[in-house]
Design a protein around this ligand. Structure first.
Ligand code: AMP
Length: 427
């Protein structure tokens, strides 16, 4: 008989399982990168992981890679006329939810929201690029104010810095508005028409010429060196807006680099766009990005609600921490580990374990039938500061052995004093 394989299933291509101890780092990253937004008046929002596919085709843009090539659409039940897609990004859903609940009419504008969740794009998987990935995002809906753009950029920068990241840059650009962008677009179309481009790029140049600027291929970039720059076409309003954003960033000590070719892969952006790029992540270097999207609400059937937001990549932030050698100072998941040397001792230690946990001390217990050697190995692996060991002889004397796992020192402690002794150590 051949040996049976443990499991015939593996995680789908482009996805991965998050397991301890790495999963604890992911939780800490989500917590840390959302903290600045939570402190700045952003309320938590959760929306479904799937939406009407039209929300994304209208909101994100018919000609974007995200919509044309990367969307996971769901096979619908025959009786339903809806067509659904797994969300490829968060902004369209958040604006849809805010409009549906009339949040923009209920209180003061802007409506400030933050989210955390998984997103889905059918991409060619590689390191840092997955088909399911995790983002923390923040959106400020319904206000046109350069201070709001600056606030969000500063919050994202604070988020990365709070984790100890430093080897990254902030790229900044302005995409203009409906006044000046068409003028620039026309100039760019004319310029692109004179280039030697392949059929697909030529088509893209017709539908969305700005996207060509974002082409990663060196042979395309070489031809774009003299492309007209949006910065030179900005109208007075856009220029003044952009200058104010820059001034506020500088005042806050946030460094940025002008990137006139930064257009990003979503159609809804206007004016301020930005991207945080990490210097040690290779090809998939964007750890977060966002911008102003003044037209999105109207594109999906709402009133005019100028808005701005960002999404930070949790997977890539984790990779950036790894690349910079940053080790987060996480509390050990177990502070106390109990090892019983007999059935009776197990019953006693089980009760104390429950008591300690209820008092807030992270406590674990050796389960199953294990020899002391194996049980102590588990105690060691758990990362606990103290092990509590007890056998029949200890209990007969009314004590347990308290072992300091760092020094190796072991001292008897009265059973009745165990919980208060450990509680006092403020583990
Ligand atoms: P975007 O919505 O494309 O602006 O993405 C915002 C952030 O999400 C990026 O800066 C990345 O950090 C992250 N991200 C986007 N797509 C992926 C992906 N396929 N895999 C991992 N992270 C991603």
């Amino acid at each position: 008989m051949t040996e049976e394989k443990l499991s015939t299933f593996t995680a789908p291509k482009g996805t991965y399982d998050l397991l301890p101890p790495t999963s604890a780092i992911f939780l800490a990253v989500r917590e840390a990168i959302s903290a600045p937004a939570r402190r700045a008046g952003y309320g938590y929002i959760e929306t479904p992981v799937f939406e009407d596919v039209k929300l994304f085709s209208r909101g994100v843009g018919e000609s974007t890679d995200i919509v044309t090539k990367e969307m996971f659409t769901l096979a619908r039940r025959p009786e339903s006329s809806e067509s659904l897609a797994l969300r490829p990004e968060g902004t369209a859903s958040v604006v849809r939810a805010a409009l549906e609940a009339n949040l923009h009419k209920l209180g003061n504008l802007p409506v400030k929201l933050w989210y955390s969740g998984n997103f889905y794009r059918y991409e060619r998987p590689q390191k840092g690029r997955y088909r399911q990935f995790s983002q923390v995002g923040a959106e400020a809906i319904g206000a046109e104010d350069p201070a709001l753009d600056a606030e969000l950029i500063i919050l994202a920068d604070d988020a990365f810095r709070s984790l100890g990241l430093s080897d990254y840059s902030l790229l900044l650009n302005s995409l203009g508005d409906k006044q000046c962008r068409p003028v620039y677009r026309a100039a760019l179309v004319e310029f692109l028409a004179g280039l030697d481009l392949d059929e697909e790029t030529r088509r893209r140049a017709e539908i969305n010429p700005l996207r060509v600027l974002d082409d990663k291929r060196a042979e395309v970039q070489a031809q774009l060196v003299d492309a007209p720059r949006l910065r030179d076409y900005l109208c007075e309003d856009c220029k003044a807006y952009d200058e104010k954003v820059r001034e506020l960033l500088t005042l806050a000590g946030v460094a940025f680099t002008d990137d006139p070719k930064l257009v990003r892969g979503l159609d809804y952006y206007t004016r301020t766009t930005f991207e945080f790029v990490h210097n040690r992540l290779g090809a998939q270097s964007a750890i977060g990005g966002g911008g102003r999207y003044d037209g999105l609400s109207e594109m999906i059937g709402g009133p005019a609600l100028p808005s701005v937001g960002w999404a930070l990549g949790v997977d890539r932030t984790y990779l950036a921490l790894e690349a910079e050698g940053v080790v987060l100072d996480l509390p050990a998941s177990t502070a106390v580990y109990a090892v019983a040397l007999s059935e009776e001792a197990k019953t006693v230690l089980f009760a104390r374990t429950v008591e300690l946990r209820r008092l807030g001390v992270a406590t674990d217990l050796a389960f199953g039938v294990k020899g002391i050697k194996n049980a102590m190995k588990s105690a060691d692996r758990s990362g606990a500061r103290f092990a509590v060991i007890a056998g029949d002889r200890d209990l007969a004397e009314g004590v347990v052995q308290l072992k300091d796992m760092e020094s190796g020192e072991q001292t008897p402690v009265a059973l009745e004093a165990l919980v208060t002794t450990l509680k006092e150590k403020q583990l």
